[in-house]
Design a protein. Sequence first.
Length: 276
Amino acid sequence: MTAFATTQPPFLFHAGTAPLLISFPHAGTHVPEALAARLTPKARQVPDTDWHLPVLYGFARAMGASLLVATHSRYVIDLNRPPDGASLYPGRSVTALCPVDDFDGERIYLQAADEPAEAEIAARREAVWQPYHAKLAEELARIRAAHGVAMLWDAHSIRSVLPRFFEGRLPDLNLGTADGASCAPALAGELLDIAREAPGFSAVLNGRFKGGHITRAHGCPAEGVHAVQLEMTQCSYMQEALPFDYLPERAARIQPTLERLLRATLDFAGRHIDRS
């Protein structure tokens, strides 16, 4: 099967006033009806979604941040993978640009014949992946032109225990800067200090998750664009199993740290604005 059509826009966008763009590439849940019919019952529940992140980061609008929110499920196409599908972590288990299995390693299509061929993958890339990345690049360029510097925060969340991808329990706050290539080391150090101070939460820099394609492709400190990925454990703010409910009281424990992280990012931008 090669046809792909969708009635939904590829993203929702809010333009802010500060030199900060927050990207939510895995927050989408939409799967076109014709595609959903080819998925298993479990996959139709899109369990590998980065649930509720725009709600968790709701305070960011008041900080002046721009917000770019994916609408389509990562089962349609993964916006944080390279367009050619190359592995972000060679030698490790990863899911594909257009996944055929889920985080538990279970197939998401009813039959092998239902899996997308190259023509369908190309159609999904054109309809969803390319517009998202074009908007991301456009907004970073606008911010850079307006402020002299642009800060990109790529927001993610994941179950705290996923044997397919890592052993044991994942730290709660996983900061990724592509091993120091996507943002200034000084900023990464400030952010790690703040994350480590979060009461009751653990943190690491460039551990299992170092930043995906978005962080690696768009972060360029030498040109005034600093990109950071934060991969959070979902148990920090929500139920990790069905029905994947948002837990406001639990979320309220981590939100002050998230706000401190974004404030530090904006403060860094303020100190490094190109005034020439």
